[in-house]
Structure formats: C-alpha cells, structure tokens
Design a binder for this molecule. Sequence first.
Ligand SMILES: C[C@@]1(CC(=O)O)C2=NC(=C\c3[nH]c(c(CCC(=O)O)c3CC(=O)O)Cc3[nH]c(c(CC(=O)O)c3CCC(=O)O)/C=C3\N/C(=C\2)[C@@H](CCC(=O)O)[C@]3(C)CC(=O)O)/[C@H]1CCC(=O)O
Ligand SMILES: NC(=O)c1ccc[n+]([C@@H]2O[C@H](COP(=O)([O-])OP(=O)(O)OC[C@H]3O[C@@H](n4cnc5c(N)ncnc54)[C@H](O)[C@@H]3O)[C@@H](O)[C@H]2O)c1
Length: 209
Amino acid sequence: MALTPFMIELKEKNAVIVGGGRVAERRANTLLNNGASLTVVSPDAEEGIMQLAEQGKLVWKQKGFAGNDLGHAFLIVVATDDPAVNESVVKAASPDALINHAADSEQGNVQFPSFFRRGHLSISVSTDGASPMLAAGVKRDLQARYDESYEAYVDFLYACRQHLKQQSSLERSEQRDILRELLSTAYLNSDNQQKMYDYLEALTGRSPL
Ligand SMILES: C[C@@]1(CC(=O)O)C2=NC(=C\c3[nH]c(c(CCC(=O)O)c3CC(=O)O)Cc3[nH]c(c(CC(=O)O)c3CCC(=O)O)/C=C3\N/C(=C\2)[C@@H](CCC(=O)O)[C@]3(C)CC(=O)O)/[C@H]1CCC(=O)O
Ligand SMILES: NC(=O)c1ccc[n+]([C@@H]2O[C@H](COP(=O)([O-])OP(=O)(O)OC[C@H]3O[C@@H](n4cnc5c(N)ncnc54)[C@H](O)[C@@H]3O)[C@@H](O)[C@H]2O)c1
C-alpha cells in the first residue's frame, strides 16, 4: 500500500536516532532544524554529530544500543550498519511509535522524502523507496523551476491573502479574482508586488503590510 504524505510538527518531540553514521547525521540535521529534542545512541559518531553534542544541541549516548534507550520516543530512526541491531531496535519500539528504518524501509512506517523550502512553500518528493536517487533528481529539477525568488513571492501571496480575508466589504468572488490574478508570474517581480500592495491599499483603504 502507498504511504500517506504528511506535514508533521516535531517541536520539542522526543526523537531517538540509533546509529551515528552518515545517514544518522543527515537525519539529525533534519530533525534539529525542525525543533525536535534529540538523542543519538551509537558507540562512534560522525564529526558533525559530535559537534552538535558538544554544542548541547543533542544528547549523544556513546554506547551500543540497549532496549531501554528508546524511552517514550515519538520518532525512532533506525540507522546502524548492523542488521541484527536494527532488528532489535524495531523489536524494542512501541507498536505505536513512528519508525524510520534507513536500511530496510519496510521495517519502519515513516520515510524521509527529498525536500526543499522556499519560505512558506515546501516541496517534497517521494518514490516510496523505489529510487531515492530519482527523488533527489526530481527535487533538483523543481529547485530550478521554483527558484529563490519564490520565497519573497510566497510571503507576498501570504500578505495579500491575509489582507483580503479581513476585508468584509469585498465580495468573495472579487477576493478570489484577485487571488487568482496574483498567480501571474508577473508578481515574481518585486516592483509588481509593490504595485499590487498599492492597488490593495487604494481598494480597501488599508495597507496590506
Ligand atoms: C530522499 C532521501 C532523503 C534523506 O535521506 O535525507 C532518502 N534517501 C536519499 C539518498 C540515498 N539513499 C540511498 C542512496 C544510494 C543509492 C541507492 O541505494 O539508491 C541515496 C542517494 C545518495 O546518497 O545520493 C540508499 C538507500 N536509501 C534507502 C535504502 C534502503 C531501502 O531501500 O530500503 C538505501 C539502500 C542502503 C543500502 O544500500 O544498504 C531508503 C530510503 N531512503 C529514503 C530517503 C527513503 C525513500 C525516499 C524515496 O524513495 O523517495 C527510504 C525508503 C527510507 C528513509 O531513509 O527514509 C535522500 C536523498 C536526499 C536528497 O538529496 O534530496
Ligand atoms: N536511507 C538512506 O538514505 C540510506 C543511505 C545510505 C545507506 N543506508 C543504510 O543505512 C545504514 C546506515 O548507513 P550509514 O552510511 O549511516 O552507515 P555508517 O557506517 O556511516 O554508520 C553506521 C553507524 O552505526 C553505528 N552502530 C554500529 N553498531 C551499533 C550499535 N550496536 N548500537 C548503536 N549504533 C551502532 C556505528 O557506530 C555507526 O555510527 C546502512 O545499513 C545502509 O545500508 C541508508
């Protein structure tokens, strides 16, 4: 069965990564960037993980995995290079835990997609494990299509939409026409964004900014 795409809040959620190698380091950065409270369990670790531990950004338990290392983890990442250890992590996990298994995705229930952000816009690509390289390639294509200018553009869309939602004097159809008009690529240009702000101010008597 196909996986379900999901956006998830990880702020202050306990996450445990078992393993301290290259995959673990990639996962550690993703999880910390999204506010998780992170513990890494591994006898050795990549330089980057050690530095994050020294900076107090994660807890590194420098040891081999034991069943009681998982605590009440919300998310468990299984990322050692030893299949027997990986199996024992899955066995020790609560049946309701979210588990990402780096070496054998079917042993887990969560996968990390290839993704990038442009401010409020985030784009994720998944192949359900068929080809992570294809996922990364599609992501690169989309990064070129949705370049850095989209960050300011999506902020602009956000400001305009919030402003329009507050205008009870405008008919819903008028609001929708303007929202649709904002999708013109002309508004990727900051001068045109300013013109639209000026237009909305003239229309509603209030500045959207
Ligand atoms: C997208 C990305 C995100 C990230 O990891 O951050 C990601 N893998 C990436 C790269 C990558 N991974 C691998 C290679 C080497 C080439 C190859 O084997 O194909 C490369 C390429 C490279 O390194 O360039 C090896 C590999 N990966 C998995 C297995 C085990 C298995 O298939 O079960 C093995 C074999 C291990 C072995 O040989 O022992 C499994 C998974 N990898 C996933 C995600 C999930 C599925 C996502 C999807 O299909 O869309 C899934 C199922 C589970 C998970 O880990 O969540 C990231 C690209 C980031 C980017 O650049 O944007
Ligand atoms: N999902 C992906 O994107 C992806 C990509 C490449 C590889 N892999 C797979 O993920 C696994 C990890 O890959 P890697 O490149 O990070 O490996 P790695 O060799 O860089 O790291 C392995 C880590 O496992 C730790 N470890 C070993 N025994 C342990 C134990 N008993 N308890 C805790 N930690 C222990 C080691 O200390 C080391 O930090 C491999 O099985 C590989 O096949 C997955």
